[in-house]
Design a protein around this ligand. Structure first.
Ligand code: BMA
Length: 366
């Protein structure tokens, strides 16, 4: 009898708890969406899709993905390099006020935003690709330029916290700092700092943004490049589970070099295993083939990677890089020979553009 009463009491309590509406944060909603799409569709992403494309710049509603497929990407990538200098536009000449506007629009349409950051060094404002002098050791806690670096993070945080809808909702996003650190081309890369220094920089940046600056609408992605073959190598720059939500990889080389597609797949398997073990999200955070010289690339390379059954059922999204016209584009424009292959890939049921994501979200909500 006592047990029965206890049971009744617990049931009443439990029902009481679940019936009172608990408000979930936008950040949690974003995590839930990225988890829920897993195994159903791969969200397709494009960097700077509203900002510019082949022969156009900042035209309301324009996007090369839309021009080729009829729909917008589901994931919208934006770049914040330059925000730390207090200038009006990023290093690719997209104004920060437009980036804010585009990200809010993408969010209101049901899309997902991700921010990359190629900062200029606070020491002498050289760009991210300048590896002449060590930076990381000097901007880390205890370094000569640490206080100055905090001001850069202040500027970044101010921008991130200003991406707010007219209704006052802080737009959630995936932040992807210190990416491709296993490559040698950035001042935070393998030729310019040690893994321990990079980890410290990563931890400090995230902690500072979250705890000191109230950036609580942020998921964080870990995105080394392709320089790993084992989990141990993959994790050699990893700041720790408490800092990271999205387990990712940037990989261009394996997808344009003959015979390496299987390596890209194997690497995604490593990422997926780790993400699943830790209950985190897995994503192919950056890829593409500059100027798409192989017109079949979207089917013969990217399509092969994304249709691997383990990849297809475990990654949440894959993003291709930006469409700077003529010399640096990664998604076709109408009339480009690769357009029909890109469309063929994105027409597949398991590849999701914005409308697919919105339909799915509406179904889940109802
Ligand atoms: C790189 C290139 C650069 C660009 C940077 C930030 O991969 O596209 O031209 O400035 O990303 O968007």
């Amino acid at each position: 009898m006592r047990i029965y009463i206890l049971f009744l009491l617990l049931t009443t309590l439990f029902c009481g708890c679940t019936s009172s509406p608990t408000k979930i944060s936008e950040k949690q909603k974003l995590i839930n969406t990225l988890k829920a799409v897993k195994g159903k569709g791969i969200l397709f992403g494009h960097q700077d899709t509203y900002a510019y494309g082949f022969t156009w710049n900042d035209i309301e509603g324009q996007s090369d993905v839309k021009r080729v497929t009829g729909d917008y990407p589901a994931v919208f990538g934006w770049e914040l390099g330059g925000i730390e200098k207090g200038v009006k536009a990023n290093l690719d000449t997209v104004s920060f006020s437009n980036i804010r506007k585009y990200a809010i629009k993408a969010f209101k349409q049901g899309g997902i935003n991700t921010f990359s950051w190629h900062p200029f060094s606070v020491i002498d404002r050289v760009d991210s690709w300048n590896t002449e002098k060590p930076v990381v050791a000097h901007i880390n806690p205890g370094g000569l330029y640490h206080e100055a670096f905090k001001k850069d993070l202040d500027a970044l945080a101010q921008f991130l916290n200003s991406v707010v809808t007219p209704e006052g909702v802080k737009v959630p996003f995936i932040f992807r700092p210190w990416h491709e650190m296993d490559g040698s081309w950035f001042w935070w890369g393998s030729a310019s700092c040690t893994p321990e220094e990079l980890k410290e920089l990563f931890r400090f940046s995230i902690k500072y943004l979250r705890e000191e600056k109230g950036v609580d609408q942020m998921l964080v992605a870990y995105s080394p490049d392709r320089n790993f073959y084992t989990l141990e190598e993959y994790l050699s720059w990893y700041p720790g589970d408490e800092y990271i939500d999205v387990i990712g990889m940037d990989n261009y080389y394996d997808l344009y070099t003959d015979g390496l597609v299987n390596e890209a797949i194997d690497k995604l398997h490593i990422i997926i295993d780790y993400a699943n073990e830790k209950g985190k999200l897995a994503a192919f955070t950056e890829t593409g083939y500059e100027n798409i010289p192989d017109s079949t690339w979207f089917m013969s390379k990217l399509g092969v990677v994304l249709s691997d059954s383990i990849v297809a059922s475990n990654i949440s999204y894959a993003l291709v890089w930006r469409n700077d016209p003529l010399k640096h584009f990664f998604f076709p424009y109408p009339g480009h020979p690769s357009a029909k292959y890109a469309k063929e890939l994105l027409d597949k049921e398991e590849m999701w553009l914005l409308n697919d994501l919105v339909k799915f979200e509406n179904k889940v909500d109802n």
